[in-house]
Design a protein around this ligand. Structure first.
Ligand code: PFF
Length: 459
């Protein structure tokens, strides 16, 4: 019986622990590093609006679906999907959804760890006073020099991966839960402090209007795909990370309320990051479309100028690294849980093996910023003309694999699972249930499909 199923990996100690862990997974480099630079590359306001729209009508219902499937299955996403398919009398290959998620998590972590390594190195650079009184040009050239060295990038990537393996190896309650308890609130407070700095630049309004006044002439089908992909990426959806966290969730927790809280917190952090970064961009005559280096070229200017900048800057990068850690652990948790369940491995071995494979894969991203900067493997396709290995990994995972995973999750939860099962698991008011069902049956899958078809030029 479903009621009695328990997870062999343990359970969150309470509802708050789940909210913190899932928020820890959601809030990460996606919010602070990626959101500002893709918003900058895609013209700001209109892009941000589409992203917010995707969070509300696709992200939240799919998050509820993922948590629900996870809690019902109580195993790694692969086994959860296999079990639920059997229980709901659906074809066994639904477990492929779990496999695709494991692959996406592995590919994402391979580059995520490299970027987190940048943040880690910036902890020491900021603490060492490297940015004291530096100009915008100075900060940009420090960044350019840093990423041109494969050795440094590799070293920081290695340190980040090892630390991730250690946390994951320690398990649900000892490792994951403790790691996120205090960090998320601190990160939030520090972002607010930085917003106050951004107000003093005299360009706060320019930043706000870049972020919030939509100019739809800047929107292309690709930009819509990127905004939607980012809604999945930032909420950690479509690959089983939230599903596996849901599998450790106590039965009496409201899935709807927690999902809304998590998505709300995640969105707030991204918007705050944007409100910090764009005023600095405009105050210093920088380019909003500067790409993946954007935060590393802007925030250090602020830390170099403000009172107590060394302290605040160092703390900020420390918290960013922790935010990245709490996301990284969720990226490999589905794979670790599966190895423990099916191969009888202990968590330590499972984490080490996956960590090593991810580390090797990460070398492709390390080189994308230096030795392989001109290596564009898919340049024969117009859309990938300028894409490095890193760009391709990012595009494939965030814009294709996650939305596709989300689409299948929505179809399974909305159409293939018996209403009795989903209603029992979601345990929400009948109005809440029918709203969710409508979104997950029609709106989310159709929206994802339209965006895909739009990009390949069907309309
Ligand atoms: N949501 C994380 C971020 O915004 O940084 C990244 C991420 C974590 C994506 C876990 C996907 C995932 F499963």
């Amino acid at each position: 019986m479903t009621e009695q199923r328990t997870s062999i990996h343990g359970q969150w100690s309470n509802r708050m622990a789940f909210i913190l862990a899932a928020t820890g997974s959601a809030v990460g480099l996606g919010n602070i590093w990626k959101f500002p630079y893709i918003a900058g590359e895609n013209g700001g306001g209109a892009f941000v609006l589409i992203y917010l729209f995707c969070i509300a009508i696709i992200g939240i219902p799919i998050m509820m679906a993922e948590v629900m499937l996870g809690r019902r299955g109580r195993q790694s996403p692969i086994n959860t999907m296999a079990t639920l398919a059997l229980e709901e009398k659906r074809p066994a290959p639904w477990s492929i959804l779990g496999w695709m998620g494991v692959l996406a998590g592995f590919l994402i972590l391979s580059y995520y760890s490299v970027i987190a390594g940048w943040a880690l190195s910036y902890v020491f650079r900021t603490a060492g006073g490297m940015f004291e009184g530096a100009t915008a040009d100075g900060v940009s050239s420090i960044f350019a020099q840093f990423v041109s060295s494969p050795e440094s990038l590799l070293a920081w990537h290695t340190i980040f991966m090892v630390a991730t393996m250690i946390i994951v190896a320690r398990g649900v309650q000892h490792g994951l839960e403790k790691a996120v308890r205090y960090l998320m609130p601190s990160l939030f407070i520090l972002l607010i402090v930085l917003v106050f700095y951004a107000i003093t630049t005299g360009y706060f309004n320019d930043g706000l209007s870049f972020l919030f006044s939509p100019d739809f002439s800047k929107i292309t089908p690709d930009a819509i795909l990127i905004a939607m992909g980012h809604a999945f990426f930032t909420l950690s959806l479509g690959m089983g990370a939230i599903m596996v966290y849901g599998s450790y969730l106590p039965k009496d927790t409201s899935i709807a309320k927690t999902s809304i809280v998590i998505a709300g917190a995640d969105t707030l952090v991204a918007l705050l990051a944007g409100m910090v970064i764009f005023p600095i961009v405009f105050a210093n005559g920088l380019e909003p479309g500067a790409g993946p280096g954007l935060i590393f070229k802007t925030l250090p200017i602020a830390f170099g100028q403000m009172d107590a900048g060394i302290l605040i800057g160092t703390l900020f990068f420390i918290l960013l690294v922790f935010a990245a850690w709490s996301s990284a652990i969720s990226l490999i948790e589905p794979a670790v849980a599966w190895l423990v369940e099916n191969k009888g491995m202990n968590r330590i071995y499972a984490s080490v093996w996956i960590g090593i494979a991810t580390w090797i894969m990460g070398i492709g991203t390390v080189l994308s910023f230096n030795l392989w900067a001109d290596f564009k493997p898919l340049s024969m396709f117009k859309i990938f003309e300028n894409s490095t290995v890193f760009d391709l990994l990012d595009f494939l995972t965030a814009n294709i694999m996650l939305p596709l995973g989300g689409l299948f999750i929505a179809v399974f939860a909305g159409w293939l699972m018996r209403e009795r099962s989903s209603q029992d698991e979601l345990n929400t008011s009948s109005k809440g249930y029918s709203t969710w069902q409508f979104l997950v049956r029609y709106i989310a899958p159709i929206a994802v499909m339209i965006v895909f078809l739009n990009v390949i030029g069907v309309f």
